[in-house]
Write a protein that binds this ligand. Structure first.
Ligand SMILES: [Cu+2]
Length: 184
């Protein structure tokens, strides 16, 4: 089978070799050009798919162009503590948004808290969500708004990195890392 098949191939090869060198070179160059073009087209097609996929994911969980978070830290906890406070800076360059939900594998739940002074006492109250107005910055810090990790799985030691998911109404979900710092 392969022998029968091999004959026309050999003949074709011979005729190719007997052709003038310049024609063969031209043929090789054109062949390579076509190959390169096909490779580029395939790569571009793949790249478009990949980029589309990434941007679809981004719109679902990052929206880096509207909401940016920074200075993410969690106050280190003493042994046996059940809760830990988390702080961050939220910068919103988009429309009115809202922090709806927060999750972490290091805690049973994460609550959004506000701190208020009531007859000389600082009291924390739980919020259903936290408004993040358009074109504004919001500081979550000691004595103010903060996130409360409730029923933490273990002690938060300075230097620890804690993965937290922030879920915004419009910007979607963002996975971010908080760094545990000593209480100051
Ligand atoms: Cu609190």
């Amino acid at each position: 089978m392969s022998l029968i098949h091999g004959v026309p191939v050999m003949q074709k090869l011979k005729t190719t070799i007997t052709e003038p060198a310049s024609r063969i070179e031209k043929g090789i160059i054109i062949g390579w050009a076509i190959l390169v073009l096909v490779v580029i087209m395939v790569a571009a097609g793949l790249a478009r798919f990949i980029v589309a996929d990434i941007s679809a994911q981004e719109s679902g969980d990052a929206a880096a162009d509207t909401i940016a978070v920074s200075d993410l830290w969690i106050r280190a906890t003493p042994p046996g503590a059940r809760t830990a406070a988390a702080y961050l800076y939220i910068s919103n360059k988009g429309d009115n948004d809202r922090l709806l939900e927060v999750r972490s594998e290091r805690a049973r739940s994460v609550e959004i808290h506000a701190t208020q002074e009531q007859s000389g006492m600082m009291r924390m109250s739980r919020l259903d969500s936290l408004a993040v107005p358009a074109d504004s910055d919001l500081q979550l810090g000691p004595g103010g708004y903060h996130l409360m990790l409730v029923e933490i799985s273990d002690t938060f030691v300075p230097g620890d990195s804690v993965l937290v998911t922030l879920i915004f109404e419009k910007a979607g979900a963002m996975d971010v890392n908080f760094t545990v710092r000593d209480a100051r």
